[in-house]
Design a protein around this ligand. Structure first.
Ligand code: 3HC
Length: 283
């Protein structure tokens, strides 16, 4: 594997493109327009600069990584990619559109992966003329720091595509967890009900948000409390994952609490909007 393509340069796409380029692979990353692309590439540059300032990345490695990154607004530029990872919005329509376009552009040998956290990989694969080369590669936020990638086999995924994707994860220096194509895979299947329960506890007045967060941070050694983590992941993202999981399983633990829905409707999406459970307007 020499060349990787990443569709989407948002929070996840930029992280995936960064770790791919850091692993020595020529990495194309595509956004819908130049300003959005510039913003995503700027996020990568800042992360690498911060890494240099912290003594975690050498200036030489930062420059080489940036040299391997190629931004574009055209999927046509992915024609030489050995692996393409889609990281666009969590919408089946948007993903199906990306996969059907890629299907026409990339060679037959290219592996196609989705970074979806909850949508069906098998349904995404059904768009492709070669569904056997489609699978899931689910990364975690912040991608450059989190050591896990879930590798998801759709029903038609071939061994060759699966082995190539797993080899890619190893090349990134990350650990692969293999999961079946079910909503939430392993991590979100466990994490999402926990986050929703934290909102339910807060909503019913059991404890303050700070005490709920400190409870899990100090009592269980989690790096972030659940409400801080919700702000970090995005309330809209968690709400959408919960809805997809509830739709599939019809179990109450996946039902979004009323407060979460109302916060999303109010635009309190967490860090990215400046306000979630906590206020980030000054950061
Ligand atoms: N470059 C290189 N290294 C960096 C860096 C940079 N720009 N910035 C930070 N680091 C390093 C630090 O030097 C430090 O390294 P050390 O452990 O060797 O000292 C390490 O990364 C941690 O950084 P910080 O000390 O600055 O920050 P924290 O200790 O506060 O950790 C965190 C930040 C890693 C985000 C931690 O709070 C955490 O793990 N939070 C939980 C995140 C989580 O759960 N993510 C998953 C969300 S779910 C998801 O994504 C799935 C989706 O489908 C919803």
């Amino acid at each position: 594997m020499k060349t990787v393509g990443v569709v989407g340069c948002g929070l996840m796409g930029s992280g995936i493109a960064q770790v791919s380029a850091m692993a020595g692979l020529t990495t194309w990353v595509r956004e819908v327009d130049q300003p959005t692309l510039d913003k995503g590439l700027g996020r990568i540059r800042k992360f690498l600069d911060d890494g240099v300032a912290k003594g975690k990345v050498t200036a030489e490695s930062r420059d080489e990584t940036l040299g391997r990154l190629k931004g574009t607004t055209e999927l046509q530029d992915f024609a030489t990619c050995d692996l393409v990872i889609e990281a666009v919005v969590e919408s089946m329509d948007a993903k199906r559109q990306v996969f059907s376009t890629l299907d026409r552009i990339v060679p037959a040998s290219t592996v196609l992966a989705s970074n979806t956290s909850s949508l069906s990989i098998t349904e995404i694969a059904s768009t492709a003329s070669r569904p056997e080369r489609v699978l899931g590669l689910h990364f975690f936020n912040p991608v450059p720091l989190m050591k896990l990638v879930e590798v998801i086999r759709a029903l038609p995924t071939s061994d060759a595509a699966f082995d190539a994707a797993r080899g890619f994860v190893e090349r990134l220096g990350k650990t692969a967890v293999v999961a079946k194509d079910t909503p939430g895979f392993v991590v979100n299947r466990l994490l999402v009900p926990y986050l929703l329960d934290a909102v339910r506890i807060y909503e019913s007045g059991v404890a303050s948000k700070e005490d709920i967060d400190n409870g899990m941070k100090l009592g269980c050694g989690y790096p972030m409390g659940p409400l801080t983590l919700l702000d970090f992941v995005g309330l809209d993202t968690t709400y959408s994952i919960a809805n997809i999981m509830f739709e599939e399983f019809k179990l109450p633990q996946y039902a979004a609490p009323p407060l979460l829905k109302r916060m999303v409707l109010a635009g309190y999406l967490g860090r990215k909007s400046g306000r979630g459970f906590y206020d980030y307007s000054m950061t």
